[in-house]
Write a protein that binds this ligand. Structure first.
Ligand code: F6P
Length: 327
């Protein structure tokens, strides 16, 4: 096996708070072990174009608290082609990069795995996505920050909802999973939470809202995960409730990309720092095709293949807690 003298680090897919902190950790761990580190701009796109920057311990000063990713991120179509990957390999070789740390989600890991299989190139993954939809870790980077950001916004929506005795549907991100919705729903005291993993049905929603009114609640918040399975989008849900329960005045708030921005929480900064160290040390130990994760507060590694194919399960206990709390 070839000795690793230089590691390339990149961020890929949707950005998430904590990515900068993870880049910083990778760069400084390389410096600690006296090996070189290169940043790859715009994920696989930049890799194909050879858009690299030499990084040292001082190049990553002042970024631990910054949201987004200074290396930028992209979802690359070209890397899905054999020619694209061939070109990327050529560029890495030209820059003397011996191994890769990919910070991103399952799409980014799939790219890394294919690349490893084709070119026998060492790859380690760090899970960076607000959705928390990756198996092999209880937390992905950015997820905790997003929960805090969203809870904060829902608290504000609650102020205006209660001032006008209104019902708010608040749509949150999460792609096909309901981790964000379920946790912010409990954290912000929502009356109902609609997630893809549990289709409660529209009748149950109406029933719950009827009960809310009868129990004397003057305002309500319903959290809707963007991937929910009601078959109606959040605006159609508003119309549906207004038609069936005219006593409700309904408003919709789609939170959108503000959920992905902002300074990472302390939890995400610490997690990013731990994951970066483990990713570099694993490569230096001759390991590859693994994703660094957090399980029971221990930093662990999981085969990339398992992380991609496995499912991150929602915590069903939270559904029960939410039901009890929203009585
Ligand atoms: O995966 C992160 C995420 O923010 C999802 O929650 C959301 O569905 C998606 O990315 C949005 O993607 P884009 O920024 O490309 O619109």
């Amino acid at each position: 096996m070839k000795e690793i003298k230089k590691i390339g680090v990149m961020t890929s897919g949707g950005d998430s708070p904590g990515m900068n902190a993870a880049i910083r950790s990778v760069v400084r761990t390389c410096a600690f072990y006296k090996i070189e580190c290169a940043g790859i701009y715009r994920g696989y796109e930049g890799m194909i174009e050879g858009d690299f920057i030499e990084l040292n311990a001082r190049s990553v000063k002042g970024i631990i608290n910054k949201g987004g990713t200074f290396l930028k991120s992209a979802r690359s179509k070209a890397f899905r082609t054999k020619e694209g990957r061939q070109e990327a390999y050529k560029q890495l070789k030209k820059a003397n990069i011996d191994a890769l740390v990919v910070i991103g989600g399952d799409g980014s890991f799939t790219g890394g795995l294919v690349f490893n299989q084709e070119f026998d190139f060492p790859v380690m993954g760090i899970p960076g996505t607000i959705d928390n939809d990756i198996a092999g870790t209880s937390h992905t980077l950015g997820y905790d920050t997003t929960l805090n950001t969203v809870v904060d916004v829902i608290d504000k929506i609650r102020d205006t909802a209660s001032s006008h005795n209104r019902l708010f549907f608040v749509e949150v991100m999460g792609r096909d999973v309901g981790h964000i919705a379920l946790n912010v729903g409990v954290g912000a005291g929502a009356e109902e939470i609609l997630i893809p993993e549990e289709d409660l049905g529209l009748e149950r929603l109406l029933e719950s809202l009827r009960r809310s009114k009868e129990s004397g609640k003057s305002s309500s918040i319903v959290i809707v995960a963007e991937g929910d399975k009601t078959g109606k989008n959040v605006f159609e849900l508003k119309d549906y409730v207004e038609e069936n329960l005219p006593e409700y005045e309904v408003r919709v708030s789609v939170l959108g990309h503000m959920q992905r921005g902002g300074s990472p929480s302390c939890f995400d900064r610490v997690l990013a720092s731990r994951m970066g160290v483990k990713a570099v040390e694993s490569l230096l130990d001759g390991k590859s095709n693994l994703m660094v994760g957090l399980i029971n507060d221990k930093i662990t590694v999981t085969p990339l293949e398992k992380a991609i194919k496995g499912q991150s399960k929602i915590n069903k206990e939270l559904i029960r807690v939410s039901d009890i709390m929203s009585i």
